[in-house]
Design a protein around this ligand. Structure first.
Ligand code: AMP
Length: 190
């Protein structure tokens, strides 16, 4: 993968609705840049299974397909981004989920004297998100929950896109294509 980003520390956010293909692209990017993939949804599911304190706080919201409250998420991300393996950069998947979280992330990075390189938005039409999500078989992917998550994505994520757009940190990718084509467009734009 050839990109305009140098060899140094790379910090990325990947954005997209449920079923946008974020996971596939995240994996490719993390392998290429040798950075950890910090997927908050997966981390929360794991925390719930392990019955940790974070899991206990998140469980009632995750089960309903609602967003976990900002203070819990911000506290988590603060603790995660100071771990040793975050010093070489990272890719955040599932965070930020609200404009407030995006702003708090910038405040945190400022404190750490760090900077986000890019927010990559994988843009996919709602109808495609719905059919791709229903094709997956996770327990929280029942039709009404899928619908709720897509609505939530629209309500909460659009302000995040605007937030990064205004700061010239947004890369928009057409995600309604094959994973290879999506990956090529990301490479070309980074
Ligand atoms: P995901 O796998 O990214 O769709 O996340 C699954 C669930 O985890 C979401 O439906 C939320 O309940 C919760 N979640 C994950 N990331 C966040 C976040 N940044 N803020 C609030 N809730 C989150």
């Amino acid at each position: 993968m050839e990109t305009g980003l140098g060899e140094g520390v790379v910090r990325l956010v990947i954005l997209g609705g449920p079923g946008a293909g974020k996971g596939t692209q995240a994996e490719l990017l993390c392998r290429h840049f040798s950075i950890p993939w910090i997927a908050t949804g997966e981390i929360l599911r794991e925390a719930i299974a392990q019955k940790t304190e974070l899991g206990g706080k998140a469980q009632p919201f995750v089960e309903k397909g609602e967003l976990v409250p900002d203070p819990t998420m911000i506290e988590f991300i603060q603790s995660r981004l100071v771990l040793p393996n975050a010093s070489k950069g990272w890719l955040l998947d599932g965070y930020p989920r609200t404009a407030f979280q995006a702003e708090e992330l910038d405040f945190l990075l400022e404190d750490l004297q760090q900077r986000l390189d890019w927010a990559i938005w994988i843009d996919v039409p709602d109808a495609v998100l719905t059919s791709r999500s229903l094709a997956r078989s996770r327990q929280d992917d029942r039709p009404e929950i899928v619908q709720r998550r897509i609505e939530q994505f629209r309500d909460c994520t659009i302000p995040i896109l605007e937030y990064y757009e205004r700061r010239q940190r947004l890369i928009t990718i057409n995600g309604d294509r094959s994973p290879e084509e999506v990956s090529q467009e990301i490479q070309a734009k980074l």
